[in-house]
Ligand binder design. Sequence first.
Ligand SMILES: C[S@@+](CC[C@H](N)C(=O)[O-])C[C@H]1O[C@@H](n2cnc3c(N)ncnc32)[C@H](O)[C@@H]1O
Length: 216
Amino acid sequence: MLALGQYLILLEVNDMERSGTEALKRKYDRVARYYDLVDLMISKRLRQRVIHSAEGQVLEVGVGTGINLPLYPPDCAVTGIDISPGMLARARKRAQALDLSVELAEGDVQNLEYADQSFDTVVATCVFCTVPDPIMGLKEVRRVCKTGGKILLLEHVRSENRILGALMDLVNPVVVWALGDNINRRTVDAVEEAGIHITELEDAMGSIMKIITAQP
Ligand SMILES: C[S@@+](CC[C@H](N)C(=O)[O-])C[C@H]1O[C@@H](n2cnc3c(N)ncnc32)[C@H](O)[C@@H]1O
């Protein structure tokens, strides 16, 4: 099933532009209808480990098809943004079935329209592997999160194993072409470079996935 989804995505995506927010937006608009199959790669349990500690006014950046929405504690008020209207349309359908306060809007994490310190929690899952300028996006996350608030990230990163890391570098252009997703980013370093203070760093799925709990 997963292989079929990925094959359909490969057939759909013929845009060879690899960078730039507009190209990425078109890419995700095209893959949106198959994206639930791609999402199967990350278990609900792993997502729950990240989302369960969200509280208050929450901003989820790169909300995608809204796969995390059913996992929020019911007293959260969630604003979800994404560059892709196609992904957001699916998130809207998902949100309708929930007893949760959800607002969804088109937006670019590299240039958020919210005032400084607007949110108690900022969440992103598998987003900074795609954002063209991840450090600019992470600086925006830091800016809109309240002092003392939480930044909760689930991101896959380049392997620290020399051979696997080199293999990821080799395969990366194909994955970027197919899914707009970089598999070899050093996102933990990017988080620190953006001035975000990491309070807890956990490995998942070996050490390829990182659960990052942080403060602005
Ligand atoms: C790999 S998908 C992950 C979706 C979802 N967070 C999940 O866990 O399944 C990356 C998402 O980030 C969005 N995205 C990429 N660049 C973005 C940006 N600059 N601002 C907001 N969303 C962005 C894409 O449109 C896509 O929905």
